[in-house]
Write a protein that binds this ligand. Structure first.
Ligand code: CA
Length: 232
């Protein structure tokens, strides 16, 4: 861990909102960078040193959704908090599918934005016990380095996917209740977190399937999820 201040990139084309958010986060002691277009934001993320992206969905040119999907294709694991006036469930799910870690509808309360930023940054820098490597059912999670492997293959996971997988690996095959997962991984049992859980599970399944092991992640109807040993 360095003692540099975490750097948050605010991507928003509306200057009033952008300045408002930037000022508030700056007051919280964060280093803040801003961009009004996806292209500029992409360059800043690629250059590194960005610890969190607050991303507006509606941007001139490529949208926030386009940028999010592109960063994930490039296997960037930078946490992304999506910010948008579109609060319906479909677009929320669309954002999470594109690889966002969290979602906040406009208008938002500044206190809530701050809390979510803190939570995402905390997850990103959480060191875990030194050298903690969790292993179960052929899945290995290096908690400290935040990397996950299926056999010898590294799984390209977003932050939330990794947190969820680590929680299931830690349980060692025991079913973890949905409520527990929501509390441990999302920090709250809310409808938004529950919707996010569904999306993250299906994304995680898809990635495990690419490794030929989709059956690992078992949905225990009405209860929760477990990571099973391979039956073969
Ligand atoms: Ca906008």
């Amino acid at each position: 861990m360095t003692d540099r201040h975490p750097c948050v990139l605010v991507v928003e084309d509306d200057s009033e909102t952008r300045d408002f958010v930037a000022r508030a986060l700056g007051e919280d002691g964060l280093e803040v960078r801003t961009a009004s277009r996806a292209e500029t934001a992409r360059k800043l993320v690629r250059d590194g040193d960005v610890d969190l992206v607050i991303l507006d969905l509606g941007l001139p040119g490529p949208s926030g959704l386009d940028l999010c999907a592109e960063l994930r294709r490039e296997e960037s694991v930078v946490p992304i908090l999506m910010l948008t006036a579109r609060t319906d469930v479909a677009s929320r799910v669309e954002g999470l599918e594109a690889g966002a870690d969290d979602y906040l509808g406009k208008p938002f309360a500044l206190a809530e934005l701050r809390a979510r930023v803190r939570a995402l940054l905390r997850r990103g820098s959480r060191p875990g016990p030194p050298g903690a490597v969790l292993e179960h059912a052929g899945v290995r999670v290096d908690v400290r380095r935040r990397r996950a492997f299926l056999g010898a293959e590294e799984l390209p996971l977003t932050r939330r996917e990794l947190d969820l997988l680590a929680r299931l690996v830690r349980a060692g095959g025991v079913v973890v209740a949905r409520e527990t997962l929501l509390e441990d991984v999302w920090g709250a049992d809310t409808p938004e977190a529950a919707a996010s859980l569904e999306v993250i599970v299906s994304r995680l399944r898809r990635k495990l399937r690419q490794g030929g092991r989709a059956s690992l992640l078992r949905n225990v109807r009405g209860i929760g999820y477990a990571l099973d040993e391979d039956e073969a």
